[in-house]
Design a protein around this ligand. Sequence first.
Ligand code: DX5
Ligand code: ZN
Length: 222
Amino acid sequence: MQLPKTGSFEIAPSILSADFSNLESEIAQMTAEGIQIIHLDVMDGHFVPNITFGPPVVNWIRKSTDAVLDTHLMITDPQKYAPAFIKAGSDHITFHIETVDKPVEFVKYLHDQGVTAGVTLNPKTPVGTIEQVAPLCDMVLVMTVQPGFGGQSFMDDACRKCTQIREWVGPDVRIEVDGGMGPATITVACGYGADTFVAGNAIFGKTNRAVAIAELRQALTV
Ligand code: DX5
Ligand code: ZN
């Protein structure tokens, strides 16, 4: 599957807050609500102080859904591990600018492998670090929390980077925001030019996920 064309708002549920013993049904609940992008948070306990999962889990998820597997690599050496994630079925790979010396070349490599590419940056990383590579990406990810954990508070200053990035990339590249999204903050991020919204706790922290998704979508229409 490919990222939806620009021009739509998309909610990208992060399975970080899902029930990992029931991932297939958790993801099926999302796609039943029309979700097209599933956000996969890969953490290595080195670039971030937490560990999640690797390619074998992505491989099993791939077998259970046709949704776009949006793979956010919070790992020290994404160039070493990207091939394994691509082989496992990732459709889109996002790497951190802090971890790659030659990001333009890495984006070209990802495209050559048949996946779409994204770059992201930590809240404290200056936006200028991605000026050259951002327009080459299919989706730029803006971290609105310090990566590592779900359920943190949205950082407005970090989110403002979307405005500058939108000027650089134009309308044909998605801008995704990640961290602390809920009905109030999603509206703020939309105002700064984001069109793709990662939500972990705001969906999987709720008993009724359909209502949670509907509330997020409602916040984008007002
Ligand atoms: C943070 C992850 C996020 C996280 C978002 O390190 O990259 O994708 O799952 O979680 P919430 O929506 O709960 O802030
Ligand atoms: Zn993420």
